[in-house]
Design a protein around this ligand. Structure first.
Ligand code: ISE
Length: 349
């Protein structure tokens, strides 16, 4: 990130960033607990959720005040920065409110399911003249992906030629819609492969074949997404929502001199009683626990004026949503769709 987010904030004690949380679901609760108990220099001062009881319970657990309205939380003088962990469709409007209030924000992915909404956020941040938004693409902080990125280039596997991604969820607790698979789930691969390869996409295609028995009528699961970058690298993504056996993310990069693969973290292989194997995580909260905490610590450090610029920007969020929307066009049409990006504003260079 070319600039630190916002500006070093000065607080009642000068030491702590007081974070207001919007959304007390799975990921919001995980973030709140990290901020309260695992991230230095931070506290959770406010919690809003559409479910008032859920907001109250989490606020009590982390020592925060429950709020009845998100806008009141955003405007509160006891909130220095905002973490948006609400449902996807609410992100853009809440990010716009944070920008209007001048509050630094960590926005969970996606910035918006629709590119027009994501663009409104980017335009508002550019108009404000300073970077306030960091996107919750936490895989950029994952030690596995960082190690994989270090393998690329002359000292490692050479120039990347093909990337194979596997992204499997255990089930679809919030329901399965193929287009949401692209804007909510595969959005991670749309971002992390840009970050790994440090280049943009030129086209996207989506293949569908036989769907599993747990797939709702009219939907497709798994999907096979095939992108090509502007330099010609092929990026393949298998997205399987109802994989049933567990949560698994794998990324293999094959280059001109070799190949490197990032598997499912440092999980122990147990050999006992005539069997050998590993426990498989149920959720992303387990597989990416370090990444989430490292991302939050980086955000807080940047806001405190201690940390170097890092993390995905609102522009990265906008680009990921553009690619997801082109993938939806490819899914609907069955043909390869070009990915043409607008010019990147200077604020994001
Ligand atoms: C979820 O919202 C996440 O962000 C997880 O990282 C991802 O693996 C999962 O598929 C999404 O539903």
């Amino acid at each position: 990130m070319g600039r630190t987010i916002g500006h070093p904030l000065h607080h009642n004690d000068g030491m702590t960033i007081r974070v207001g949380l919007i959304g007390a679901g799975n990921i919001g609760t995980s973030h709140a607990r990290d901020l309260a108990f695992a991230v230095s220099g931070a506290a959770v001062s406010a919690v809003f959720d559409a479910d008032a009881e859920r907001a109250h319970d989490l606020a009590s657990e982390v020592g925060a005040i429950p709020f009845a309205r998100a806008d009141d939380l955003i405007g509160s003088p006891d909130v220095d920065a905002v973490l948006i962990a609400s449902p996807d469709d609410a992100h853009a409007e809440q990010a716009l409110a944070c920008l209007a209030a001048g509050k630094p924000t960590l926005c969970e992915k996606p910035l918006a399911p629709e590119e027009s909404d994501a663009l409104r956020v980017v335009e508002a941040e550019v108009a404000g003249g300073r970077r306030l938004i960091m996107m919750g693409f936490m895989r950029r902080f994952d030690p596995g992906y960082s190690s994989l990125k270090a393998e690329l280039g002359a000292s490692g596997i050479g120039e990347p030629l093909i990337v194979n991604n596997i992204h499997r969820n255990m089930s679809a607790p919030y329901g399965l819609a193929s287009e949401r698979t692209l804007t909510n789930m595969v959005i991670h691969e749309f971002d992390i492969n840009r970050w790994l390869l440090d280049e943009e996409y030129a086209s996207v295609q989506v293949l569908t074949g036989r769907s599993g028995p747990y797939t709702p009528d009219g939907e497709r699961d798994p999907l096979l997404v095939i992108l090509q970058t502007t330099s010609g690298v092929l990026v393949e993504i298998e997205a399987f929502v109802n994989a049933r056996y567990g949560y698994e993310v794998i990324c293999r990069v094959t280059g001109s001199e070799g190949s490197a693969v990032m598997g499912d973290g440092s999980y122990v292989t147990r050999s006992a009683r005539g069997h050998r194997g590993q426990a498989v995580p149920e959720l992303w909260l387990g597989r990416f626990a370090d990444a989430y905490r490292l991302q939050l610590q980086s955000w807080i450090d940047q806001l405190s004026g201690r940390g170097r610029p890092a993390g995905a920007s609102a522009w990265d969020g906008y680009v990921a949503t553009i690619v997801a929307n082109r993938a939806i066009q490819a899914l609907r049409s069955g043909v390869r769709i070009g990915v043409d990006l607008p010019e990147r504003p200077p604020l994001y260079t």
